[in-house]
Write a protein that binds this ligand. Sequence first.
Ligand code: FAD
Length: 333
Amino acid sequence: YLRPSKTSNRQQLSAFARLLSSLAVLEQREGKLQSASLSAVTAAQKLGGSITGFIAGSGIRSVVEEAAKVEGVEKIVMVENSAYDKALPESYAPLLAENIKKEGFTHVFAGHSAFGKNLMPRVSALLDVQQISDITAIKGEDTFVRPTYAGNAILTVQSSDKIKIITIRGTAFATAEAEGGSAEITEGVDPKVEIETEWLSEDLAKSNRPDLATASKVVSGGRGLKSKEDFDRIIPPLADALGAAIGASRAAVDSGFADNSLQVGQTGKNVAPQLYLCAGISGAIQHLAGMKDSKVIAAINKDADAPIFQVADVGLIGNLFDKVPELTEKLKQ
Ligand code: FAD
């Protein structure tokens, strides 16, 4: 005999949400929390259920305490060991897999960043589940939305795996509030796996400008800039006047006008700033794939038929070598 349930749909959903338990994998570099990884907490919040943060490395006490204050996080699992400082997937993936098994998480979220993309496929393989990549929305406990074919088609995917290993597109989930939580801090298990990979060195592009992936304003230049000298003469002053990060099209990167780390698009970075201002960029589909979710798109191009004008909210038809310096001067005033 089944007693008829008097609980409403909403009550049933929230009872169900309590059974969900998510792990947000938080990236730290040299004892600093990478704020972009807090989007993983937001994704977990959208799902519902309990949220745990995970941090590993050496000298992480202050970053763990910072993460414990993040709104919505109930618990932080920390593993203090310098072997995880560079997040080498060979050792970090087994570490994560062991902690996921121990705590019995139903969902694991990480950013679809170099860190997450390096790590999560190995974690999925170790747990023998299918990874769900680069999601932009959560439809339910097992159903997620993700773009494919450079954003030209949207997939809704359903997973029957017991543990969902998910990377999230940062531009689709805001970073969680840094204040408002008071999570319990616990020590995780450390399998101390011996690996044959050794971290030797890294060569990071250093810049005082806002980070391209998370900046609220981006100024991008394309092949229309003609040379590296012109790119450097025209684009940075406008970016400085706006307090913006600098981006570039692949053609500009391939021509040597801008560093590879500045490429926006299908094979570059995904950005969704408040303002995306671009000059000398035609608006090829592969470029649009990386910036079309920007709140306001402004384009300067001498060709009135350039496809960028089809997505631009504001367009200026003209020679960028006149228009950009003019705009820069006006902004400075
Ligand atoms: P062009 O298409 O050459 O456009 C230059 C524009 O500048 C033109 O519209 C022209 O009218 C304008 N212009 C020229 N002179 C002036 C002037 N004086 N004043 C004003 N306007 C001027 N591209 C990306 O950007 N990002 C990616 O991630 C990416 N991934 C790709 C992946 C694949 C698999 C493939 C096949 C391609 C990819 N591309 C990517 C390349 C993409 O297809 C385009 O070739 C590229 O975006 C073009 O860059 P562009 O707009 O700077 O150059």
